[in-house]
Design a protein around this ligand. Sequence first.
Ligand code: ADP
Length: 179
Amino acid sequence: MTRVARGETILEVLTADITKLTLDAIVNAANQGLKGGGGVDGAIHRAAGKARLQDACRQIGSCPTGEARITPGFGLPARFVIHAVGPRWKDGSKGEDGLLAGAYRHSFRLAVEHEVRTIAFPAISTGVYGFPKERAAAIAARESLAAAEGEAFARIVLCCFSDGDALVYGKALEQEAGS
Ligand code: ADP
């Protein structure tokens, strides 16, 4: 586990199932249709209660890549789910970096608006969407450190699903915090 302090904020990298975390908000790696899917999206929909979360998502409609939308957490320990849509990796020249940063930035903005003090993110876009992990981790770390500067958050968790991923995200967090 990697832990970095920035002002009032603790930033940490954990290996965990994000659906089990008792925080104000967890972020979902959603798709544009907000319809639920595989990976972390499927796990969050199952744990929140499929019918209720799908209904809330249906009322929102869709979300462009690089943005996010917020719903209640329903059956989850977390009060809110922030559905962030990261980009599908193509070749790195299609604005992927900016879109992934945007997904984090928009999530943090929604979190501040809803007075969220503790929040966890999965490794957005690095599963089925194929974003290279080191590159995604650097963006996640940079955006999290920038959000910590705003002093709205007590805790920002980068929640990985394997120890290997946690190593990559932990290294990125240390590197970005030191630079
Ligand atoms: P994307 O489509 O954005 O790539 P995926 O869900 O395929 O989203 O993968 C994003 C990351 O979420 C991957 O690193 C995957 O291992 C991880 N993941 C899958 N299930 C969970 C879970 N329950 N908790 C935390 N992370 C998870």
